[in-house]
Design a protein around this ligand. Structure first.
Ligand SMILES: CC(=O)CC(=O)SCCNC(=O)CCNC(=O)[C@H](O)C(C)(C)COP(=O)(O)OP(=O)(O)OC[C@H]1O[C@@H](n2cnc3c(N)ncnc32)[C@H](O)[C@@H]1OP(=O)(O)O
Ligand SMILES: NC(=O)C1=CN([C@@H]2O[C@H](COP(=O)(O)OP(=O)(O)OC[C@H]3O[C@@H](n4cnc5c(N)ncnc54)[C@H](OP(=O)(O)O)[C@@H]3O)[C@@H](O)[C@H]2O)C=CC1
Length: 284
């Protein structure tokens, strides 16, 4: 099993910054790579805020927060990732973006490095088929917010080797997470079940069954969900929810996964939820 010291995290967005935070907090050096300085700055600010939150809650000491902060190096230069032993891709949920990124990572990282994707739904087998090291490609699916949620869905592609799987299981545990093995089907387990729930809640809004607030209250009071489905959709990102529904309907060929037209319209309008300041709710 190759020793992992330095981890490349691709994408400093909602998930990438949380993955970088957890890796650095667990003692790994992290190169956090994005395509725009603005996104890197926003990701670093989120890490700062979340480390401070953990210090305030006495989950970590100020010294540990400082050490974690110092382990994270932001970069726009993908070639700088040549020093990394492992990569976790957390870029936009579009196959073409991920596939191009995996091609770059395959070219740049050392031959023995594992390339993991934090994809919510996209086929690991398809991503792996594009590059020269398919046995070292795997799904390592974290949950939002990454510093808090315990689960990592570990998804084998057809070509993923046992050694790669064992390394990722071990790394997930070193990060303080619980890995659960699921198979490479559209949406895996989590989003195969969760996203249709969120999509149906959006249909209920569109058809006037109830207001977003009422629908969320039903799930919080009736099912003890910490967030109702529409608040959760805003938290995930409506663009991500739509991308996942599209992967489900294309991957399964089953029209039951068609995205709700209201979701499409909101994403077209740029109403992406928390990250854009407006979704089903407004965020100052
Ligand atoms: C789309 C995909 O592919 C996969 C997915 O991620 S699906 C989405 C999965 N995630 C969920 O379902 C989240 C559901 N929501 C929740 O669990 C909770 O609302 C929440 C944890 C986000 C916030 O919890 P809360 O009780 O409302 O707020 P709060 O008490 O302030 O926070 C609880 C804890 O989370 C932390 N927290 C809250 N929001 C956070 C954030 N955005 N980032 C990091 N930490 C956060 C707090 O520090 C606190 O930590 P401790 O438990 O260690 O004290
Ligand atoms: N949001 C969630 O709750 C969860 C999402 N995921 C998955 O994680 C991944 C990221 O999602 P999320 O963090 O929400 O998305 P965000 O849109 O918040 O962040 C994606 C980031 O990746 C950047 N990016 C795009 N292309 C590249 C590239 N080629 N190289 C480096 N960075 C790039 C984006 O920049 P730009 O905007 O300029 O393109 C953006 O900063 C997706 O696969 C998603 O399905 C998994 C679990 C939960």
């Amino acid at each position: 099993m190759p020793e992992i010291k330095t981890i490349a995290v691709l994408g400093a967005g909602t998930m990438g910054n949380g993955i970088a935070h957890v890796c650095a907090r667990s003692g790994f050096l992290v190169l956090l790579c994005d395509v725009e300085q603005g996104f890197l700055n926003r990701g670093l600010a989120a890490i700062e805020k979340n480390l401070a939150r953990e210090v305030a809650k006495e989950k970590i000491t100020p010294q540990q927060a400082q050490e974690a902060r110092e382990r994270i190096a932001p970069t726009l230069d993908r070639d700088a990732l040549a020093v990394c032993d492992f990569a976790i891709e957390a870029a936009t949920e579009k196959f073409d973006i991920k596939s191009a990124l995996f091609g770059d990572l395959d070219r740049i990282l050392p031959p023995e490095a594992i390339l993991a994707s934090n994809t919510s739904s996209i086929s690991i087998t398809k991503l792996a088929a594009q590059i020269s090291r398919p046995a070292q490609v795997i799904g390592m699916h974290f949950f939002n917010p990454v510093p808090v949620m315990q689960l990592v869905e570990v998804i084998r592609g057809m070509q993923t080797s046992q050694s790669t799987f064992d390394t990722v299981q071990s790394l997930a545990k070193q990060l303080g997470k619980t890995p659960v093995e699921v198979n490479d089907a559209a949406g895996f387990v989590s989003n195969r079940v969760l996203m249709p729930l969120i999509n149906e809640a959006i249909f209920a809004v569109m058809e006037g069954v109830a207001t977003p607030e009422a629908i969320d209250q039903v799930f919080q009071l009736g099912m003890a969900h910490p967030m109702g489905p529409l608040t959760l959709a805003d938290f995930i990102g409506l663009d991500v929810c739509l991308d996942i529904m599209r992967v489900l309907v294309e991957g399964t060929g089953d029209p039951k996964y068609r995205p709700c037209p209201l979701l499409v319209r909101m994403v077209d309008a740029g109403w992406l939820g928390r990250k854009s300041g407006r979704g089903f709710y407004s965020y100052a």
